[in-house]
Design a protein around this ligand. Structure first.
Ligand code: HEC
Length: 150
């Protein structure tokens, strides 16, 4: 399924410039959020759910409750519950929040920027100079968040 989606996206793009990744410092944040895909390849919500709950990748449950994953233990409440989040924010806004929460909230937010080279003070040194998620993982997480409707 994942390959099929990728192939369809690649075919759709082959007449335009070939799909390429937007570098972390080249992501364009506008008042509407990040309107362009970071990869040109449709996000995969199943892979996004995995990255979301992985303690080594998104680790989103450390700070957010998510009823869609009620089987997962230890859901934190540092941030708001993400139930129905796609009814509050649209895709460009969700992409902006995941890529760099500081561009949407404030510099002071404890939420890491997952596709930013300035991940924030609360993030392990291993991540300095790297992004926590790859561009495609951001697209996958955004696709997953898009399934969380009220
Ligand atoms: C260290 C804690 C932390 C982690 C980890 C974290 N967040 Fe957040 N998140 C927050 C906080 C706090 C807010 C509220 C914004 C603010 O005021 O700082 C927030 C806000 C959000 C919002 C907006 C929610 C709304 O209803 O307004 C979304 C969407 C979101 N986070 C998604 C994610 C995703 C997806 C991940 C994992 C890839 C994640 N967050 C990881 C702390 C975190």
């Amino acid at each position: 399924m994942k390959f099929t989606l990728g192939a369809v996206a690649a075919v759709a793009l082959s007449t335009a410039a070939f799909a390429s990744e937007v570098a972390p410092d080249a992501v364009e944040f506008t008042d509407d959020g990040v309107t362009a895909s970071l990869t040109g390849v449709a996000g995969d919500p199943v892979a996004g759910a995995e990255a979301f709950k992985s303690r080594k990748l998104g680790n989103c449950l450390a700070c957010h409750v998510n009823a869609d994953m009620s089987g997962e233990l230890f859901q934190g409440n540092v941030g708001p519950a993400l139930d129905g989040v796609a009814s509050r924010w649209d895709e460009p806004q969700l992409r902006a929040i995941v890529a760099n929460s500081k561009a949407v909230f404030t510099e002071a937010t404890v939420m890491p920027g997952f596709y930013s080279l300035k991940v924030g003070a609360h993030v392990a040194e291993d991540f300095q100079g790297k992004t926590i998620l790859t561009a495609q993982q951001v697209e996958d997480v955004v696709a997953y968040l898009g399934t969380l409707k009220e």
